[in-house]
Each structure stands twice: as C-alpha cells, then as structure tokens.
Ligand binder design. Structure first.
Ligand code: PXG
Length: 442
C-alpha cells in the first residue's frame, strides 16, 4: 500500500493540470494514491471503482504483476538505448508481436509516445507516401466533425472538437471535414450500431468532388468516436468510407487509440467492423496505460514505398527520442501477454450483452436523453441545464466520485469504459451508482 496515503501535497498551484477545471479542482482536490485491478484508492482511503480504465487505457486493470515485473526487470537491465541508427532486441520483438495480432496487411510499426504523436506520425506517413510515389499533389487531409485525434497541430486540424481548435489560429491548411454521425432524432437509445446514417459516408464523395481526388491524401476517423461522447458508426458506414477511399486512391486511417486492444470485444475496431484501414494509430492500451507509448501500424505497400534510394540514406525523416524505448517495449510485451493469457481482447464480446442491458436500464432515469453502447463502451447523454452546458454532467461526475465510482464526462455526456477484467458485479455497481447520481443531481 502506498506510503503516500494521507500525505497531502502542501501546494497545488505549480502543476497546471491538463484538460481540468484547475480552480475547481484545487479548491476540492480528488487525489488517487494507489490502484489494484478494478479499483483506485483515494487519499482518504476510499476504494473507487474504475469505470473508465483510467482514461480508456488500463484495459487489463491496475498494477498487474506481469507488467510491473517486466518494467522493473527492464529498467535494471537496459534503461535507454538510442532509437536512431541503433536498436535493441525487445523493440523488434514487440513490433513483431503487434503485427502478429494486427489485421492482415498491417505489417510494419512506427513507435511513438502517445496517441497524439501516433496521429501526427500517421498523417506524415500518408503525405510522404504519396510523394514518395510521385503523387505529391495529394496533400489534403479529411477528418470529421466531432473527431478527436489528440491535441497536436495535425490532430486538432483534422479533429472536429471546437473547443480544442478555436484558440489556436489557422491550424493546418488543406483540411476538410466529413459530417459527424450523431443523429439523435433517428437513432436515440440504439443498442449497438445505429440503423440510420450510413449515407453520411457519401459526403466523402462530395468533398472529393469539390477538391478533386488527385489532391486528397487521406481520410482519418475514429471507428467509434470516443472523446466526443461515444458516437457509434451507423451500420455499413465504415465499409462505405473504405469503398470510396479505394475508388479514389485515398488512404484510410483508423484512429484506434481508444478502440484498440479489446475495447469493442475484438482486438481492434478494424476486426469488429471487418474494415481494414491502410494505417492504424494506437496508444493507451498498447502498454495498459502504464508507460507512455503509441504504435502506428502501416500496410506493407506504404512502408515499401519508402524503401528505395541509396541504402545509407534515412528513408523517413521522422521519429522521437523515445520511439520504442526499452521500458515501454517491455511493458507492451507483458501487456500483450496478459491480454492473451486472460482472453481480454475478446472478453468484451462476452460481457457486452450484460453491459448493454445494464446501461439501458437507466433509460427512464431523470435527465437521460440517449444511451449508446458497443463492446465495453457506453454513453449516457443528459439533457443540458438550460444556459449552462456541461454543468449537469460535471455534477454527475463529482457525485459519482463521492459515491465511489470513477466516470468520465464530456459535454453533458457520461462516458464509461471499464477495464476489460470487469465482472458483472462491478457493472451492477456502476449502474446502481449512476441511478443514485441521476436521482440526486439537479
Ligand atoms: N486519438 C484518439 C482517438 C484518442 O481518443 C488521442 C488520439 C490522443 O492520445 P494522447 O495519448 O495523446 O492523449 C486520443 C486520446 C476522454 C479522453 O476521456 C480521451 C483521450 C484522452 C484523454 C481523455 O474522452 N483520448
């Protein structure tokens, strides 16, 4: 148990917290000091049930011995090795294991340190690929409204979350956006994939016609949009995007930072929806969230297009000091072993019906205007308080924490994504807690 229990920091002002209401937090801090399996421990000793796998990343649950031990062993043996012009065996092994489990055709891995960096890397690979083939007029990138692709400039440019974009100037040029797929009027309270909206993929044809296909490099989407509040693709939507991209020679990038590593009950969303992208971005669950790491998986043809010219020359001018660092690679290998040994990459499929039933039991609770679910992801959308958007869901978040459950909220949407080791009894606790929360909040 942590020796930090009951030790209070004496000043909270220096740390500028990310994506946080800093002033509110610092008046009434919510501190986590330890974690094990499905639970956190708060600094007052309370056990908090983790309804969000940290931030959608701790898929195997917390402080899993195999992962902890692998990190401890690696840090004592080879702590760091340069990633440029040098290698170490474990990163090659990890890349092989990732390729083994990835959808067929994705045969090469570029390592990063986060989802945001994976996105930047994927966009740069897409642009450079076309140029390497002598098709450098393809410079446009198409994202989607309400998309979240991290917080770096490429990611916020193709992303579609207004608050994440509006403060930051002109962003990347040559970007356009598909419409989002949220159709509450037609799809509210759908279980799993919505019936309506596949035709929204055809908007890609309109965008391509506007700019001419010869200028479009890639389309990037989250197969299931997570951060914006869990928008599940309408039936057939992703297949149509794939067809349109193929027709016009446009690369399709799936941002699987959230959906990767079992979240939907299949290893990747690409498996779940049976649509293979040309490039797939991952992070979070790749190391169970324990050590920062991202991995971009790439089709062989794309990788091979770079492998020409004199052999002493660098083929792709991109990389990070910590790309594939030994400790992250060791954590990643141990994570994949844990997933495999415990069947976690498909466990979500077994639990999904129970999860769905439990979530939808909240249909008649106060303030609820929509419930959505897929795999082990869920969202409960609340009617906003008039004139005060986000306030109701934030109250729900605070109240749930008081009651011992960690949830996430975005706008007025509660998003849920428990570790994949979740038991039915935990699901019941999450839903019972939310019932109480919704009854009590304004
Ligand atoms: N792409 C997607 C699809 C994501 O969900 C990123 C990229 C960026 O990853 P990094 O590692 O740079 O943060 C993400 C991250 C939430 C939440 O509660 C979601 C994310 C991060 C933090 C919170 O919705 N997604």
């Amino acid at each position: 148990m942590s020796n930090r229990l009951n030790v209070k920091p004496n000043d909270l002002s220096a740390f500028w917290m990310p994506f946080t209401a800093n002033r509110q937090f610092k008046q009434a801090p919510r501190m986590l000091v330890a974690a094990k399996d499905m639970h956190y421990t708060a600094d007052d000793g309370r056990r908090i049930l983790d309804g969000t796998a940290g931030l959608w990343c701790v898929n195997a649950g917390h402080c899993r011995p195999r992962i902890t031990e692998a990190i401890q062993k690696q840090v004592a043996e080879l702590d760091y090795a340069p990633a440029f012009q040098m290698g170490h065996p474990i990163v090659f092994e990890f890349a092989n294991r990732l390729v083994d489990m990835a959808p067929a055709g994705l045969e090469h891995v570029f390592f990063t340190n986060s989802g945001s960096e994976s996105v930047e890397t994927a966009l740069k690979i897409a642009l450079a690929y076309h140029r390497a083939r002598g098709d450098g007029a393809r410079f446009r990138l198409i994202g989607r409204e309400r998309g979240y692709h991290g917080v770096n400039f490429g990611g916020i440019s193709v992303g579609g979350i207004v608050a994440n974009r509006k403060m930051f100037g002109t962003l990347l040029t040559g970007v356009d956006h598909l419409p989002h797929t949220h159709l509450p009027g037609r799809n509210a309270f759908t279980r799993g994939e919505p019936e309506h909206g596949a035709e929204l993929a055809d908007e890609l044809e309109r965008i391509v016609a506007l700019h001419d296909a010869s200028t479009v490099a890639a389309v990037i989407v989250e197969p299931v949009a997570g951060s914006t509040g869990v928008l599940i693709p309408p039936k057939g939507y992703l297949k149509r995007l794939r067809e349109i991209c193929d027709k016009h020679g446009i690369l399709l990038i799936f941002d699987e930072v959230i959906t990767g590593f079992g979240r939907l009950g299949a290893p990747f969303a690409a498996d779940y929806f049976d649509v293979v992208p040309d490039i797939m971005t991952t992070a979070k669950g790749v190391t169970n969230g324990v050590i920062p790491m991202g991995a971009v998986l790439v089709k062989k043809e794309i990788h091979d297009a770079f492998m020409n010219g004199p052999e002493h020359l660098i083929e792709f001018f991109h990389g990070y000091t910590y790309s594939g660092n030994p400790i992250a690679s060791a954590a990643g290998l141990a994570t994949l072993e844990t997933y495999k040994e415990e069947g976690l990459l498909t466990r979500g499929a077994e639990l999904a019906p129970y999860w769905e039933e439990a979530l939808h039991s909240l249909k008649d609770a106060p303030h609820v205007i929509d419930i959505r679910n897929i795999g082990l992801v869920g969202a409960i959308e609340l009617e906003p308080i008039a004139g005060q958007p986000t306030r109701r869901a934030f109250s729900a978040f605070l109240k749930a924490f008081e009651k011992g459950v960690l949830i996430r909220t975005t706008g007025d949407i509660i998003a849920l994504s428990p570790p994949l080791i979740v038991e039915k009894s935990h699901i019941d606790m999450i839903v019972d807690c939310l019932k109480g929360v919704l009854d009590e909040i304004e």
